[in-house]
Write a protein that binds this ligand. Structure first.
Ligand code: NDP
Length: 321
């Protein structure tokens, strides 16, 4: 089969389109013939070495396709089922082998491409605002990078939960898109001081929660935007890792700090099916709007990474084998 493989970490050019042997499922596993692959910012961390992989490796952890073969003892899926998954390495490929418990069957009427475009970022938005800090009517949430893959979905869910949403983006076209998805206030943080703007919007009170996956360049000011007993939810580091945080930072206003990851919020099959069921169901019914920025042939994975890292994208990027 064809796949994207890296033998060294580095820039987008290390993503090479090569021929590799087809993987075969073992006990408790199934192989999936991939129809669409989701590109995620975490793939950039793997490629660049920020999250060092064991080399050589096939990057990518999200896709959708058709079950081609099942190993011994598999009960969750059968050959021919259309499925999607997250958290399975080796996904920039025509075929993958996955633990069968990670595979989610698609509801009738949902295309594989739609599932690959929403499952990871949608379940992330879901756990952030339903579980990590459950939003309630009257809350104000600060959501950074609101026109990104997670951002556009999180804005929509936060609005359903009754929160007021303040979001940050780097450009005017991104601001328009974030407003279209329901953001109440959009700050262009490439030219405005978002801390000052948040204070202005909230009359100095601050926000109940900051959902921050930009990291290094936003962390300190995000903390400064929190009201007493506020939640700093650091879930990514698109601008670079946040240096060690001295605990007294939290003293100032009885703050909470958490660094959540999706795997811990889909750790059991029940929890995975619950979140995936919500997210895929909302897309099928049209309640949750998807924004697919671009589809690239698998062999052009390096161009997808260049655009994602270059802050040139909005919503989702897909690779098509
Ligand atoms: P996005 O589509 O949101 O792309 C990243 C965005 O971050 C950019 O579009 C850009 O938006 C913003 N950004 C700010 N500073 C920089 C910078 N220096 N370099 C690059 N981008 C920057 O990606 P995803 O939706 O895939 O992921 C968003 C974040 O969420 C990532 O940090 C990712 O690691 C994290 N994540 C965490 C998960 C978890 O469970 N912990 C799960 C899924 C994602 P703008 O131009 O508007 O600033």
């Amino acid at each position: 089969m064809k796949a994207i493989r890296i033998t060294q970490t580095g820039g987008p050019e290390v993503l090479k389109y090569v021929e590799v042997p087809d993987p075969r499922p073992g006990k408790g596993q199934a192989s999936v013939q991939i129809k669409a692959i989701g590109v995620n910012y975490t793939d950039v961390y793997t490629r660049s070495g920020l999250n060092p992989p064991v080399l050589p490796t096939i990057p990518g952890i999200e896709a959708a396709g058709v079950v081609a073969e099942v190993g011994e003892g598999v009960s969750e899926v059968a050959v021919g089922d259309v499925v999607a998954y997250t958290g399975v390495p080796g996904s920039y490929a025509e075929k993958v082998v996955a633990p069968s418990w990670r595979l989610v069957k698609l509801p009738q009427g949902l295309e594989a491409e739609q599932a690959a475009a929403v499952l990871l970022q949608g379940m992330t938005a879901h756990y952030l605002c339903y579980s990590t800090y459950p939003l309630k009517p009257g809350d104000t949430a600060l959501i950074h990078a609101g026109a990104g893959g997670v951002g556009l979905l999180l804005i929509q869910m936060a609005k359903w939960l009754g929160a007021r949403v303040i979001t940050t983006v780097s450009t005017e076209p991104k601001a328009r898109l974030a407003r279209e998805m329901g953001a109440d206030h959009v700050i262009i943080y490439s030219r405005q001081d978002f801390e000052q703007e948040v204070k202005k919007i909230t009359g100095g009170a601050g926000v109940q929660v900051a959902y921050d996956a930009v990291g290094k360049t936003t962390f300190d000011k995000s903390v400064a935007c929190l009201m007493h007993r506020g939640y700093m939810v650091l879930y990514g580091q698109a601008s670079g890792p946040v240096p060690p945080v001295p605990l007294p930072v939290l003293n100032k206003a009885s703050l909470f700090l958490t660094r959540p990851i999706l795997g811990d919020y889909t750790a059991t099959r029940d929890e995975l099916l619950h979140r995936a069921g919500d997210v895929l169901g909302w897309v099928r019914s049209g309640k949750l709007k998807l924004h697919i920025h671009a589809r690239f042939p698998l062999k052009e994975a390096s161009e997808a990474h260049r655009q994602l890292e270059g802050r040139l994208t909005t919503g989702k990027l897909l690779l098509v084998p």
